[in-house]
Write a protein that binds this ligand. Sequence first.
Ligand code: PLP
Length: 359
Amino acid sequence: MRPARALIDLQALRHNYRIAREVTGAKALAVIKADAYGHGAVRCAQALEAEADGFAVACIEEALELRAAGIRAPVLLLEGFFEADELSLIIEHDFWCVVHSLWQLEAIEKAALSKPITVWLKLDSGMHRVGLHPADYQAAYQRLLASGKVAKIVLMSHFARADELHCQTCADQVAVFEAARKGLSAEISLRNSPAVLGWPQIPSDWVRPGIMLYGATPFEEANAVASRLQPVMTLESKVISVRELPAGEPIGYGAKFMTSKPMRVGVVAMGYADGYPRQAPSGTPVLVAGQRSQLLGRVSMDMLCVDLTDVPQAGLGSPVELWGKNILASDVAMAAGTIPYQIFCNLHRVPRLYSGPDE
Ligand SMILES: *Cc1c(COP(=O)(O)O)cnc(C)c1O
């Protein structure tokens, strides 16, 4: 059997969820959209359900998958509905629904709903992706109330630059939010992972941690709270071939790496078809037989090469950690010019093996 696999540590997931609660004192929706950032939404939801205040996903398809698996906790649709006919399913399954645009508000006003829904009313406080314009926010709130179709409204917004710890934008967005919600007595929700970890002064009744649940830092710089997170996914495989090369020999497609001295090279069963980033350059860290080493040459679809020259204990069959508890996914992501969010979401093909207290 091919040795490539992703180990998912559900105890670490719980540990990270508890940190989000502990450092904010707020209720926390565990963000498990995109199949829990590649970790498996159903398994992650099951591991958290006993203690989570609820979950957040991108769309009704993801929410229905949770209900089909027996998850009864609240599930928020972060983009609300895409078509008004989803409203009947939203009611049937008790989903909570973001309203980010006036067309969604009008659809709720027009719909014949068998019972009232919970709406998270989203403000565009400066990111300019989705959310109502500040000038429309109070009126939208009043229209929802007047519609008689809403059981509860939570006021929310989203940060564009919370991962930049010395940036003024978060404070500016909070000021826009505070002005827009003046006089409204409703719960609020502002903070994603970087704002949970790095912006303790920002108020919240509800926080929306995503990437931190999976144990990866959203920051490029060190952060005390982020350093307490435990990586959840370990992407591992084995060395399937070893060769000794003299100086001056190329390795892999495009001869992007040339040996500058005699080298020992291991081939690992892992490639970009598994989600390992093809952009990762020579020198990207890997762990081979328990020792830090480096990637050599271009990543292929199913294989990649690693340096065994200074890892004498490594050979055929040696275990390799591509990322996990020793090699941080955020470090691999940075080497590859991307973010840990994307490398997790890109996971393909490899079987996921779960461990945790209930396994
Ligand atoms: C994805 C998402 C989150 C979670 O973001 P992280 O940076 O992963 O914590 C929170 N809120 C909204 C609206 C999102 O779309």
